[in-house]
Design a protein around this ligand. Sequence first.
Ligand code: DX5
Ligand code: ZN
Length: 216
Amino acid sequence: MKLLAPSILSADFSHLGEEVAAIEEAGAHMIHVDVMDGHFVPNISFGAAVMKSLLGKTDIPFDVHLMIEDPDRYLEDFVTENTKYITVHQEACVHLDRTLKHIKSLGVKAGVALNPATSLCTLEYAAEEADLILLMSVNPGFGGQKFIPSALDKTKALSGLRQERSLRFEIEMDGGITLDNVRKVTEAGVDIVVAGSSVFAADDSRARVKEFLKKF
Ligand code: DX5
Ligand code: ZN
């Protein structure tokens, strides 16, 4: 089953509760929470307090994507009753194996993300610890960028590797996904689709979620 995780990075923060309620009602499976520190990526988004303001207002699970340096320092802040995944970047983790184990020790699923230019080889000895592998299809930092097509071949290779080694991680893709390219993304083997601007910048985000789900 394919899952849709709209990114609140492109939502209207002055009405965040309503924005999330709309996509939840339309059938979105998770909320993708993009945290940026202005160091690992050239932009600052928001931190755990904004995410936590949604607690009690929604039952939808949080899919946290930490685009930050030294993520171990902040992991606990993002653990809540709604948090399902916490994903860190391979490029930001000197001790990736330790960090993935740390996330799991907090009772949530551990994800690792790769930038578009980072090879799958960097996960050769970490894939077993991962519950989720997030392939970036844009260079992280901003919503609304153009999809980088090499992410599709990378997905196929990752899916092959998962099968070969009988591993169980989910494959997620993030960046530049629209109604026009989502089929290619899922056909390549992606399990969890992140969509930011194509959901929240639409005139009717509820209708847009339903259109995405029809493509699955
Ligand atoms: C990119 C973020 C993405 C982004 C996706 O730095 O990790 O989650 O918000 O937004 P769109 O779908 O607009 O590319
Ligand atoms: Zn993201």
